[in-house]
Design a binder for this molecule. Sequence first.
Ligand code: GAP
Length: 406
Amino acid sequence: MEKIVSLCKRRGFVFPGSEIYGGLAGTYDYGPYGVVLKENVENLWLQMFRDDRDDMYGVDAAILMNPKVWEASGHVQTFADQLADGKMFNTMFKTSVGAGEESSTVYMRPETAGGMFVNFKNIADSMHPKLPFGIAQIGKAFRNEIAPRDFIFRLRELSQMEVEYFVKSSDWEQAFEEWRKMMHLFATAIGLPQDMVHELEVPDGERAHYSKRTIDFEFDYPFGRKELWGLAYRTDFDLSAHAGASGVELSYIDEEKKEKYIPHVIEPSLGVDRTILAILVSAYREDDMGGETRSYLALAPRIAPVKAAVFPLLKNKPELVAKAREIYSSLKSQVSGIQFDDNGNIGKRYRRQDEIGTPFCITIDFDTLGETPNLKDTVTLRHRDTGEQERLTVAEVSSRILSATQ
Ligand code: GAP
């Protein structure tokens, strides 16, 4: 963990929150590469959990919600942790809206789910979906954890990628299995080794108050096997509770079968930050290259923040730099995540790119310019994990990068 935390800071992935003031426990800031890694993970999730399907709808709900939402959902009563003295402590953050005597207490949402349940009727009325259908959302959630720890594992401000999938009660088991498979597919797509992801059936008495069945997806972190994601069968608990408390009917009307009922819910819930940590932990490698120990991130190319770095062999040869710039611009117009790097010698550039997990490095040398006539317009493509290099045309390089990163 120390090596990963240090790499994240040194290379611009993740910094402690408010660092120059000594930090704020349970908060971290994503730096330039961390932001892109996070976006790549979120975009892949959106593609797999929302956009590739015909039955999913997106929302981006407000973080601040009417406090009645959290009374109805049971969070005001039960979203609590035990303090050392045995007393219970509600871990929802409170803030206030409005000024002076007009102000009132609201909560920072502890899960993004609430914003989807309250929009069930809006989605049904505006999109007219047939059941089963689902709502997907990525956003921040806040928990006043008593003991935030383990870097970005247990945070007070976190991001979640959540789906609320609405089904007829008799169909819940089938939907549960479908989403369970989808979560494993996603784990593989982001490069988590299958043997580091484990399912745990959460026993009676240990599940959240709304759940009739929960599977925790656990991951082998350096500090132990811990919860990465959760899959829950929330029954009709939330929609019934919100219908009861708001007085607004939250039923689904099946026009064909002339039926009306409150749907049941399957919820795959994935913490973004825990996902990023699992990716970093499983991608971190050290090996011996050229007589030196090198560390690198074996990131799946589709989520790597930089897909390829383009180097002129020498920084002080204008013709090499110009050619490298030209190839860089051409690649950049075809693939996102291309970087130009002429800092330090080639060896240093390789080490830097290895550490941030760049799968490909492209070097422009005198042969590219035509010094050896039959090599004109070819470049060297260097592979991160093996350090192997091959000589290819620029067109071949761009199609390699495109096929590896899509
Ligand atoms: N809507 C369901 C829900 O929020 P949860 O098990 O409390 O369920 C879901 O949280 C996921 O959110 C967890 O599996 C984890 O990935 C992430 N998560 C929860 N608390 C977290 C925290 N304090 N720091 C980072 N991630 C957290």
